[in-house]
Ligand binder design. Structure first.
Ligand code: UDP
Length: 242
């Protein structure tokens, strides 16, 4: 596995992330997977706790085009690994192997729809449990008990950044041999509640524009994108291309 850095955050480059994760699971080893994009990178510069979790993660994949464009500008021939696609492929392997899966996050009802869809798609899929992402302390305790008793091999956590990363870090000890992935808003897309950007927009690094169109209230958060461009440009001037 090769490791690079984007504004101080690690990024791991692998030939095949799914095989790497499946091998780890087969060997009884878990992993925390972070799907890094420009927004998260900028958040981590302000949030030391989030930065620490990213540094500790076993796998940090280049989810966003900002990350990829920056590394390419440094001469690294790398491709994007969208977290949603990686997670889907790991779910498929888990379904084939009948590994237990746990789904946590999204508005009430969303993971239920996802589970129903996946059960229709993969008849042998084993869903160990699920819960929406708007829980109180009592619910949280029940979720933790359920995690510990069902001991799933794959845990998808969609609570938004940085909550999901901090949550995984806090509770990973409950299922240390599982693969935990912070999936952001992926449950909304898998359930059909939201759409992914059309491929031509993603291919032109404009997924953010579609997101802004679909969720205009995100505009303030998305100001971190020009800030990211500014920071990496400054960084490239100080640290010219190898
Ligand atoms: N969410 C949640 N609990 C919360 C806050 C958010 O389950 O307390 C969910 C929300 O319903 C959505 C996802 O977390 O499905 C956040 O999606 P977003 O696209 O904002 O993810 P990010 O860009 O933060 O990764």
């Amino acid at each position: 596995m090769r490791q690079f850095h984007v504004l101080g955050m690690p990024v791991h480059i692998q030939e095949n992330y799914v095989d790497w994760l499946a091998n780890r699971l087969q060997g009884g080893q878990g992993a925390h997977v972070v799907t890094l994009n420009a927004e998260m990178t900028m958040q981590a510069r302000q949030n030391q706790e989030l930065a620490n979790v990213i540094h500790k993660a076993d796998l940090v994949v280049p989810d966003g085009s900002g990350i990829v464009l920056y590394l390419r500008s440094q001469g690294e021939a790398i491709n994007r690994c969208p977290g949603i696609e990686l997670s889907e492929r790991v779910v498929q392997v888990a379904a084939e192997q009948q590994w237990q899966i746990f789904l946590l996050g999204g508005a009430p009802g969303v993971v239920d729809t996802v589970a129903t869809k996946w059960q229709q798609q993969w008849l042998d899929i084993a869903i160990a449990g699920m819960h929406h992402g708007y829980f109180d302390e009592t619910d949280e305790q029940r979720i933790c008990e359920q995690l510990q008793s069902s001991n799933p091999k794959l845990i998808l956590v969609g609570l938004g950044v940085p909550r999901q990363e901090l949550w995984i870090q806090k509770y990973r000890y409950l299922c240390p041999n599982a693969v935990w992935i912070g999936v952001g808003g992926s449950f909304d897309i898998w359930s059909g509640k939201k759409n992914r950007a059309p491929k031509w927009l993603a291919d032109n690094n404009l997924e953010w524009l579609y997101r802004l169109y679909q969720e205009p209230w995100r505009w303030r958060r998305m100001l971190s994108l020009p800030h990211f461009v500014w920071c990496v440009t400054k960084d490239s001037i100080v640290k010219p291309r190898r």
